[in-house]
Design a protein around this ligand. Structure first.
Ligand code: 9MR
Length: 378
């Protein structure tokens, strides 16, 4: 990795707000250094994040300290979704999401907003699904996005504005009340509303199963180009990176090529929801999982526009994979007792390899850039 600077505005903001917490003062690339992932990441010039749930912050004594030790960015796993924030029309409940934002602030973490619009019928409240009059539906969209993005303005540095607009395994738009009522332009409308409510936030399109190229990634690129050509305020693409081992072919070069193809359009990129579910009893599976994490993180670090890596949780004690695929898939970086797995070391090693020499040069540059103020985005 060369000496390119890769300082997301959110990272510089952290350095400005809490330099002592944001910087460990230890050279994490030195042999034997004992650093949390966040300390290595800041020296590599990226943010490293986790999805989190507020119930575990209070209900599991090991959870909060482990979250704060390794991560300098946080995503609400569920609490910023429409269903959670506005379960019935006009009644907003911000308390659980605000608890996560408070935790992030106390621990010098950035916050990713997830997500203003995940329009799948089972992910959206019934009163929205039932609104098939275009003007009324537009009104709901405007109310929701404006209220939510305004509420979190200044706290959330990046929003997944639209999550998973496509079918899971193809580049066809997924049917939902917005597509069916307003047509595909609902995507552009959501971005414009988000930008009007929080002009300082980076706005992302977030998709699944586009990491290694192919027809769905091609379709996403076409959609992105189309939005940019219309002047839609779209600033980034999120690669969810939910991987299954061993059925997914992990190809770091293909991931890098995909990232570059979007970077070439002038976009920021992030890994937004990474986990690697184990599916068999191969004795080497923890090592393979480590390799998968290392390969994907290293690919992100090779692309200057790839600014943040977020995992979909951090301990095998709490993962959506158990509920969806059954127990025993152990997809995350720490085991259920919060001990570091080989996967943790795979991420650490990829981050260490991404620290430019000498690290101090990056830190000085960070301090300079920290003076830059958060300005509205085009
Ligand atoms: O992990 C999340 C799980 O707890 C929720 O029940 C589910 C539905 O809201 O969403 C899961 O997170 C998803 C994310 O929001 C979007 N990409 C896929 C994630 C895993 O399903």
């Amino acid at each position: 990795m060369g000496s390119r600077l890769r300082l997301a505005p959110a990272l510089t903001a952290l350095l400005l707000a809490a330099p002592a917490r944001a910087l460990s003062g230890v050279d994490c690339a030195a042999p034997g250094a004992d650093c949390g992932l966040r300390d290595v990441a800041v020296q590599a010039g990226v943010l490293v994040g986790s999805a989190a749930q507020p119930g575990f912050l209070t209900g599991d004594p090991l959870y909060a300290p482990a979250l704060a030790a390794d991560f300098n960015s946080l995503t609400a796993e569920n609490e910023m979704k429409w269903q959670a924030l506005q379960p019935s029309q006009g009644h907003f409940n911000f308390a659980p999401a605000d608890a996560l934002v408070d935790f992030a602030r106390q621990n010098a973490m950035a916050v990713r907003g997830h997500t203003l619009l995940w329009a799948d019928p089972i992910r959206i409240p019934d009163y929205v699904n039932a609104t098939t009059d275009p003007a009324s539906l537009r009104g709901l969209l405007q109310d929701h996005i404006t209220t939510v993005a305004s509420h979190f303005a200044g706290e959330v540095d990046a929003w997944d504005v639209v999550n998973e607009p496509f079918e899971v395994t193809s580049g066809a738009f997924r049917s939902n009340v917005f597509l069916d009522t307003l047509g595909p332009s609902y995507v552009a409308e959501a971005f414009r509303l988000a930008h009007a409510a929080d002009p300082g936030a980076k706005l992302f399109l977030n998709e699944v199963l586009v990491e290694f190229g192919g027809a769905k990634a091609d379709a996403l690129r076409v959609l992105v180009q189309d939005l940019l050509a219309q002047g839609v305020p779209l600033h980034g693409v999120g690669f969810q990176t939910h991987l299954l081992d061993p059925f997914t072919q992990i190809d770091g070069a293909a991931f890098e090529a995909t990232l570059r193809s979007f970077a070439d359009l002038g976009l920021s990129l992030e890994i937004t929801e990474m986990d690697v579910a184990l599916l068999n009893s191969d004795p080497d599976r923890l090592q393979r999982q480590r390799d998968t994490y290392e390969t994907m993180v290293a690919a992100c670090l090779r692309v200057a526009e790839c600014e943040r890596i977020t995992f979909w949780g951090f301990t095998d004690a709490h993962t959506w994979i158990d509920g969806t695929f059954g127990p025993g898939r152990a997809p995350l970086l720490l085991d259920a007792a919060y001990a570091r797995k080989p996967a943790w070391f795979g991420v650490r090693d990829a981050l260490v390899a991404g620290v430019p020499e000498p690290a101090v040069g990056l830190l000085l540059a960070a301090a300079l850039l920290a003076a830059r103020r958060r300005a509205p985005r085009p």
